[in-house]
Design a protein around this ligand. Structure first.
Ligand code: URA
Ligand code: SF4
Length: 186
């Protein structure tokens, strides 16, 4: 499979018209972060703030994510962060299966570029796409499986934590496990 540089991929994404989300977007949101990181975080799709800024997690969810990382001594600069779909679904609805499918090549190329040891799915949509279609986030978050030599796990989506702060302690425990797993893998 051919490899593309980050800049090449970003250019494709910025001009992409592979699905109907292209029509409603202000800016496409390419993944961002440390290309040498061993951990890839995948969420579902850009929100309104991200659509305005062209960068993942610039809104309130981003603050929650940064807090969780900080809690275990990590920073956004230590990770690479992306979404299943790179364009904001109107009204923040879930991305449709065909939109997710259309956008998958970009995630595949990001994964080839990064070669992560651990993939963290942020929320149900990403976990069901990346780990298993019938993945149960409430029951399975914070558990790890290994597939083709890459570890996979999930955590609650930061916006789910904003809606229900009682999820925060579990999310903190999951981030602690992520940090420990990376310690084992490095
Ligand atoms: N929520 C997401 O799923 N992705 C973002 O980039 C921001 C908020
Ligand atoms: Fe292209 Fe993905 Fe945006 Fe659809 S969501 S237009 S596939 S970049």
């Amino acid at each position: 499979m051919e490899l593309y540089t980050y800049e090449e991929l970003k250019k494709f994404v910025d001009h992409c018209g592979r699905c109907s989300l292209a029509q409603g977007r202000n800016r496409a949101v390419m993944g961002k972060g440390n290309l040498h990181s061993s951990v890839l975080f995948i969420a579902e799709g850009p929100g309104r703030n991200e659509d305005r800024d062209g960068v993942p997690f610039t809104g309130r969810s981003g603050e929650v994510l940064d807090q969780l990382l900080q809690k275990v001594g990590m920073r956004r600069e230590d990770i690479y962060l992306t979404n299943i779909v790179k364009c904001h679904p109107p009204g923040n609805r879930d991305p449709l299966p065909q939109e997710q499918e259309a956008c998958m090549p970009y995630l595949k190329y990001e994964t080839l570029l990064l070669r992560p040891k651990l993939i963290v799915c942020l929320g149900r949509i990403a976990a069901q796409r990346i780990i298993r279609p019938d993945y149960r986030i409430m029951r399975e978050h914070g558990t790890f499986i290994c597939r083709k030599n890459v570890w996979l796990t999930s955590v609650y989506h930061p916006s789910a934590i904003l809606r229900d702060e009682s999820k925060l302690p579990e999310a903190e425990a999951d981030f602690r496990k992520i940090k420990d797993k990376l310690g084992e893998l490095e």
